[in-house]
Design a protein around this ligand. Structure first.
Ligand SMILES: Nc1ncnc2c1ncn2[C@@H]1O[C@H](COP(=O)(O)OP(=O)(O)OP(=O)(O)O)[C@@H](O)[C@H]1O
Length: 313
């Protein structure tokens, strides 16, 4: 349970093959309670395979998996009771109404009958689908189905939440709401493990980032370490006149830079820390370059991801 200092997820040496493809090659991961942990990695790195194994929906060929303190391979039913799972594709049951759908899962998880209507209403309110009570699931848009999937994952108040690409079909407002929901679940002690390719969004949601590469864990970092002032990121510099900027950047020893591709002109430099960028800015201004802007280019997590995966391509 949350607060006992135990780990929500602890998987060691997980191997999974699909014929000749070794999707997971001895992967290790630990996920604490009360935090949002992001799972990132290239297409085919093994994220979905890992999430399916953690959700007890796919058996590994080797390794150990503990979910909420339960051995997920020996006692999958106990692990399932502790976890909520939101896959990247919405399942079947399209003919049910929204409340029948949630009622079905409430039944499956053994929620007391008298508690059910209140729980379903609370969940629909939580994901802003309260006006859709009684509507058939197939009448929902993709983003609305995704929000219903989130409600489904939370039906039994799990302490461990596994989400595969939860934001992919969501509009901007729903994304912000999802972010707030995940943060508040983590604040309540829930362990959230979320995979996504939208790194700029993960940067705002996650406390930790686990990088999966070719079926193994290739990095495990606190977000503060990646996105804090000491993190090295790329910077965009704008200048009223691009030529003196280019000349000054050419004169900087060891600086990596290239001209920015957009119409506004300017350059992209780095990766540099905030302090190094400030020093560069001071030198450019002192050299008379008409600098009109300096800002991080893209998200810090994107920069860190590119740096971490650079020599693995
Ligand atoms: N059912 C399957 N049958 C055969 N190969 C599979 C199966 N599922 C996954 N794989 C292979 O295992 C590897 C890992 O796939 P997985 O879906 O876990 O990657 P991913 O990191 O989730 O990728 P993406 O970011 O594209 O969703 C890939 O090479 C994939 O082709």
């Amino acid at each position: 349970m949350a607060g006992d200092g135990g780990l929500a997820i602890e998987a060691r040496g997980v191997v999974r093959r699909f014929g000749p493809v070794e999707a997971l090659r001895g992967l290790d991961i630990t996920v604490p309670y009360g935090q949002v942990t992001a799972l990132v990695g290239a297409n085919g790195a093994g994220k979905t395979t890992l999430l399916l194994i953690l959700a007890t929906l796919l058996a590994p060929d080797a390794g150990t998996v503990r979910i909420g303190g339960h051995d997920a391979l020996a006692r999958p039913a106990l692990a399932r009771g502790a976890l909520g799972w939101m896959p990247d594709t919405f399942g079947v049951y399209d003919q049910l109404t929204v409340d029948e759908y949630l009622g079905f899962f409430a039944d499956a998880y053994g929620l007391p009958r008298q508690e059910r209507p209140r729980r379903i209403r609370a969940l629909l309110t939580l994901v802003h689908l309260e006006d859709h009570l009684g509507l058939p699931v197939h009448a929902l848009s993709r983003g609305q189905k995704q929000r219903l999937g989130m409600a489904r994952a939370l039906v039994h108040r799990p302490r461990v939440l596994l989400l595969d690409e939860p934001a992919s079909g969501l509009d901007p407002r729903s994304r912000i709401e999802l972010r707030d929901l995940l943060r508040s679940l983590a604040a309540d002690g829930v362990a959230v493990l979320v995979s996504s390719h939208i790194l700029s969004e993960l940067e705002e949601i996650a406390d930790r980032v686990v990088l999966v590469d070719h079926g193994r864990t290739a990095g495990d970092h606190a977000m503060a370490e990646i996105a804090g002032a000491s993190a090295r990121v790329r910077w965009r510099i704008r200048s009223l006149d691009p030529e003196p900027l280019a000349a000054a950047l050419d004169g900087e020893p060891d600086l990596r830079w290239e001209r920015a591709a957009d119409a506004a002109g300017g350059a992209e430099v780095g990766p540099l820390t905030e302090g190094e960028a400030a020093g560069l800015l001071a030198r450019l201004v002192a050299a008379g370059v008409p600098v009109s802007g300096l800002a991080p280019a893209g998200s810090a997590l994107e920069s860190a991801y590119l740096a971490m995966t650079e020599d693995r391509r």
